[in-house]
Design a binder for this molecule. Structure first.
Ligand SMILES: O=C[C@H](O)COP(=O)(O)O
Length: 362
């Protein structure tokens, strides 16, 4: 990749670059099986060490330059991938299902809706599709169910015994502009209710004013409030104005202890895009080179099609490698993506497409 893109060269020690896949986008399919009827391998969720964080080190990001044209050009090579076909594509789509944070974040959410979503999370693909894929012995489940704090308890109840974690948004989602004590109390409430993952939103004003100390201190306090729950830091990239800001905010969030960095709330005018994701992933890679930590990535907002899922999987594989294709390091935050993936898999096993309305709650 172009040396002019994201760089934090100033303070970088001479560590080996992580390997970037040389194979075409999805050729080295991790879960590829033989044609229909043969087993696709379902890899279970692996545990992953928490990010220890670092002191705030502005010298790791202050001089960063992000070449917008080069970033867009690189991102543009991912969306149009046509190299994954048939059983390989099916395997990748099953992988995408396992990485979905199945989400409902609506003003009219009810315990009933959350219960139905949790049932879908337990069995995201129809039984006949699972059987035809040869996955009946180990049916895939989603990565997590993501809800508002007051919906954590019904989600935990509905997912009992499934091993599927509940993620809660918190800290004044989506704007993050309530006073800090309330935002921290909201995290503690969600954890008390049983959330295993907390999707916090950063205060975008701190990025826009380059107040890195304030951003670091707040995210660090949020991480402490999370206790054992994993912290995903939502940057709200559509509000951050520049890719440089996206890179810097990513670095500060990771230094403060974020286990995942996440693009968007789904409520900004512009949500997950490939150029923004590439910028965050480069920050994640640089942070890994500097600290040895493996941080997760979660694009979220506006991802609705199987094609989107394949593009982001290609991005993860090419930029970060195989470990970032598992739910402990990669999630896709989406409220309606599963419907199209299920439809594409149905087409793969039956040769027919059904209407999207046949794939409800997804
Ligand atoms: O965190 C997840 C997002 O809020 C989901 O956004 P979406 O409804 O556009 O899929």
């Amino acid at each position: 990749m172009d040396k002019t893109e994201t760089r934090a060269q100033a303070a970088k020690p001479p560590v080996a670059k992580q390997q970037v896949a040389k194979t075409p986008a999805l050729a080295a399919v991790p879960t590829a099986g033989a044609p229909t009827g043969s087993a696709l391998t379902v890899v279970s969720h692996g545990g992953h060490a928490r990010n220890k964080g670092t002191p705030l080190r502005p010298e790791w990001f202050e001089t960063v330059q992000v070449n917008l044209t080069a970033t867009e050009r690189r991102a543009g090579t991912l969306g149009g991938r046509r190299t994954v076909k048939k059983e390989y594509q099916a395997a990748w789509l099953v992988k995408a299902v396992q990485c979905i944070d199945l989400t409902t974040l609506a003003g009219d959410d009810t315990p009933g809706r959350v219960h139905r979503l949790a049932m879908k999370a337990r069995r995201p693909l129809r039984e006949d599709i699972v059987a035809a894929l040869g996955l009946a012995d180990a049916p895939p489940t989603v990565g997590a169910v993501c809800v508002y704090p007051t919906m954590v308890a019904p989600a935990v109840k509905a997912l009992a015994g499934s091993g599927i974690p509940v993620a809660s948004v918190a800290t004044g989602f989506p704007a993050g502009l309530t006073p800090l004590p309330q935002r921290l109390a909201e995290i503690r409430y969600a954890v008390d209710q049983g959330a295993g993952e907390i999707d916090i939103v950063i205060n975008r004003a701190q990025v826009l004013t380059q107040d890195w100390n304030a951003l670091y201190d707040e995210v660090k306090a949020m991480r402490e409030a999370c206790g054992e729950a994993h912290l995903k830091a939502i940057l709200g990239t559509g509000d951050l104005k520049t890719l440089r800001n996206v890179y810097k905010a990513s670095m500060v969030a990771m230094m403060a202890g974020a286990d995942f960095i996440k693009t968007s709330t789904g409520k900004e005018d512009v949500n997950a895009t490939l150029p923004v994701s590439l910028t965050m992933i480069r920050a994640l890679r640089d942070y890994g080179d500097l600290t040895g930590e493996m941080i997760g990535f979660k694009p979220a907002g506006g991802l609705r099609t199987a094609k989107d899922a394949l593009a982001w999987l290609a991005l993860m594989k090419e930029e970060l490698g195989r470990p970032w294709l598992e739910p402990d390091l990669f999630r896709i935050g989406a409220s309606s993506l599963l419907a199209d993936i299920e439809r594409q898999l149905e087409h793969y096993v039956t040769g027919r497409y059904s209407a999207l309305t046949h794939h409800a709650m997804a």
